[in-house]
Design a protein around this ligand. Structure first.
Ligand code: GLN
Ligand code: ZN
Length: 755
């Protein structure tokens, strides 16, 4: 029979039990022991689900109290020295301080895990970093699994990926100089795991799927030759993209198996089947670990059958990557309708799909007839459902005219037309959209959702808030105002809830970092806007002031990027559908007298593929989608966009290709460094580089803001420059917001006078 295994299972619990427990611990409400108990129960449940599903090798080491890359740093005994902790004796408090910082030390830096929305803690490497095996926690969890009678498979990050994921701190040096010492420690770790009874050991080397410098590639052979000395049976895990370019290397390494992701890169299979060594296992990731759709079992079976005939038991079955990126269990959802539920599979269901495939391969499809029938039925209904496929959406996309994503005139002509209407001063001031979301606002929204507050009362409460926000901005003497977004819980959810084709779960949480989880909406069908979404709020806000009021929308790429996206059509097509739905809104806002419309794209860069060679194709459809969202607006209507969270230097042409009249962008934390790139590239349209960081309650000084405006003016012509904060203000309090904005406006006015 073919072995089934997974790289990892979600670890926060079906109802986020770990999150709630560890947050209580942080508040001092419960003890470490109580958190350990909750964690143990989660692991037990996860193993039981896998057993039920007939998974043969249960991973150990996929669980984490905060982050598995932090755990790997501990495993090799290399936590940042600056904390002064004894890595062999860490308690949960110290562990948490590494992740969250303490009075004396900032937290370990966090960054995105490849192209996912998961964030890991970045190892801090120094030229003299020392390593030692610290297997205490891993072995505790192995013992736990053994006691329950499981065949287990320790799952750890490989030495090369771990080194690569970290950053050199202090004086710069080549991280690879640490490799020989690190290999020694890995050898010791492997020996300890073997002594604990591990037959297979799973080592993830996800860096194999990114554009990797030669010296890293060349390090694989010596590394794995050394690890082979331990006589551990190693399976190397890869995911998120193709590793076909390294097929020869991977076939020749002295390892016992390889896992590849056939969801992201199905085409790579040929490179591996061709001359696959008879002494190695090939694990195929055929169930999607990054998305929520039920697998088309018949299709996968037909694909696997000939491979099985060729490889026999050397073929293993798995999910494409760790299930960390998929919600835990569909069966706890109470509010999704049955039809939609039939189309979905979360982690608990995905492991079952693996078990079913394995049985079908061993005993024929008849042995698991019912499961195949259900899967066929779901595949069929997704192909034909009227709920998913809407002819009017498809025709609209097919019949787009060639100017559907072009403004009528070039930027400078538009600028003149807009100035006639808007009459803005030099260095116009504005904000990014949201104002403080007070307790009262949140409460009103929650009560309205639960039906405890009538629609009329809710609208009245929001209008009162909008009035307050408009008055505050008039008092501050800002130039372009916003309504403050009090009616929005989340910038994607708010729009998704009003669009056809989107669904929302109750418990579809995935870990973003530590105890923080997000619940991405599910885009299951063609996207349509049944009726205006924001027009009434914006119209009301505009009626309160003679200043221009910005309409505020979330852009198509961000709407896509922060959702689970249907897999039956291209992502680019979904993005364009969303863009057209947003275009309806833009045109309605324009009709309602809104003269400035901001379409936020904070996730524009996040969609970039792992490999450079795929960037252009993505940026092409991403920028086109953005442009489609404002298609057909008049020259007089000023389109803004906003971006934050990342660096943009390397995608400036694609940002320019969005052709927004104004871009406001996060820059203050990097002391305006980003602007140099804008200048070098000769970015043509207006720019509002953030002049203060909204992520902290600290009010900037006049000098600081003065300095940043000065720096911006050195490189950007005054006519092209806007003055604004880095991002929305919803997480801030009113006091600091008023104080900071006052300083911002004052400094802008001083420069204006000089100019
Ligand atoms: N308009 C949004 C806000 O101000 C933008 C949020 C974001 O960029 N993440 O809240
Ligand atoms: Zn932002």
């Amino acid at each position: 029979m073919n072995t089934t295994h997974i790289t990892g299972f979600p670890r926060v619990g079906a109802k986020r039990e770990l999150k709630f427990s560890i947050e209580k611990f942080w508040k001092g409400e419960i003890s470490e022991t109580e958190v350990f108990q909750v964690a143990k129960e989660i692991r037990q449940k996860n193993r039981a689900l896998q057993k039920q599903a007939k998974i043969n090798l249960v991973p150990v080491g996929d669980f984490s109290y905060y982050d598995h890359v932090l755990d790997a740093q501990i495993l090799v005994g290399a936590i940042p020295e600056r904390f002064g902790f004894d890595v062999t004796q860490l308690n949960l408090q110290q562990y948490s301080e590494l992740a969250r910082g303490n009075k004396n030390q900032p937290a370990i830096e966090m960054t995105k895990w490849f192209d996912t929305n998961y964030h890991y803690l970045v190892p801090e490497w120094k030229s003299d970093t020392q390593f030692q095996p610290v297997t205490t926690e891993l072995i505790r969890q192995i013992k736990e699994a053994k006691e329950e009678g499981y065949d287990f498979k320790p799952t750890i990050i490989g030495p090369l990926s771990l080194l690569w994921l970290g950053k050199a701190k202090g004086e710069s040096f080549d991280r690879l100089t640490l490799l020989p010492k690190l290999i020694e420690t890995y050898e010791q770790i492997l020996r300890e795991l073997i002594a604990e009874g591990a037959s297979w050991i799973h080592i993830d080397e996800p860096i194999l799927a990114v554009d990797l410098e030669d010296k890293w590639i060349q390090s694989f052979e010596p590394t794995y030759k050394a690890l082979a000395n331990t006589s551990a049976k190693l399976i190397i895990g890869t995911y998120f993209d193709s590793v076909a370019e390294h097929a020869d290397l991977l076939k020749s390494l002295p390892i016992h198996g390889l896992h590849i992701d056939l969801i992201r890169a199905p085409e790579q299979i040929d490179s591996f089947l061709n001359n696959w060594p008879s002494n190695k296992v090939l694990s195929l990731g055929v169930i999607d670990g990054r998305n929520v759709w039920k697998a088309d079992l018949s299709k996968i079976y037909d694909f696997l059958k000939p491979i099985q005939e060729k490889l026999g038991n050397q073929l293993w079955l798995s999910t494409s990557c760790s299930l960390l990126h998929t919600p835990q269990d569909l069966s706890v959802e109470e509010k999704l309708d049955d039809e939609l539920k039939e189309w979905l599979a979360f982690s608990a269901q995905k492991v079952q799909e693996l078990g079913i495939l394995k049985q079908a391969l061993a005993h024929g499809k008849e042995a698991v007839k019912e499961a195949f029938e259900q899967s066929d039925k779901a595949a069929d209904s997704r192909k034909n459902s009227k709920r998913i496929h809407k002819q009017e959406v498809k025709s609209r996309l097919q019949n787009l005219t060639s100017d559907a994503d072009r403004r009528k005139s070039p930027f400078l002509d538009r600028f003149d037309a807009q100035q006639k209407v808007l009459n803005l001063p030099l260095l116009p001031t504005t904000t990014i959209g949201s104002f403080p979301q007070t307790k009262e606002i949140r409460q009103a929204r929650a009560q309205f959702k639960k039906g405890e507050l009538s629609q009329a009362d809710y609208i009245a409460a929001m209008k009162k808030e909008i009035e307050f926000v408009v008055k505050a901005q008039e008092k501050l003497d800002l130039d372009v105002l916003v309504h403050g977004e009090p009616e929005r819980n989340d910038m994607v959810e708010y729009f998704g809830e009003q669009l056809d084709g989107y669904a929302f779960t109750q418990f579809g949480w995935v870990q973003s970092y530590g105890s923080r989880c997000v619940k991405p909406p599910i885009i299951y069908g063609d996207v349509v806007r049944p009726k205006p979404m924001t027009v009434e709020w914006s119209r009301y806000a505009q009626s309160l002031t003679s200043h221009p009021m910005k309409g505020m929308l979330t852009g198509p790429v961000t709407m896509l990027q922060w959702s689970f996206v249907r897999n039956d059509i291209e992502r680019s097509e979904v993005a364009k559908q969303i863009a057209l739905a947003l275009n309806d809104e833009v045109l309605d806002l324009e009709k309602a007298g809104i003269k400035v419309i901001q379409i936020d794209e904070p996730a524009y860069r996040e969609g970039l593929p792992l490999k450079r060679q795929d960037w252009d194709a993505y940026l092409d459809w991403a920028s086109q989608s953005f442009r489609l969202s404002y298609g057909n607006v008049q020259d007089e209507t000023q389109i803004h966009t906003h971006m934050c969270y990342s660096e943009f230097n390397d995608i400036l042409p694609a940002i320019a290709a969005m052709d927004a009249d104004v871009i406001t962008i996060e820059t203050s934390r990097s002391d305006m460094e980003l602007l140099d790139a804008f200048v070098k590239f000769k970015y043509p349209n207006d720019i509002g580089p953030g002049v203060y960081d909204i992520h902290s309650p600290r009010v900037p000084t006049n000098d600081e803001i003065h300095h940043l405006i000065q720096k911006a003016l050195e490189v950007i012509p005054a006519r092209r420059l806007w003055i604004n904060p880095d991002c929305g203000l919803k997480t801030r309090g009113w006091e600091e917001t008023n104080a900071a904005l006052k300083i911002m406006v004052d400094e802008a006015k001083k420069f204006r006078k000089q100019l």
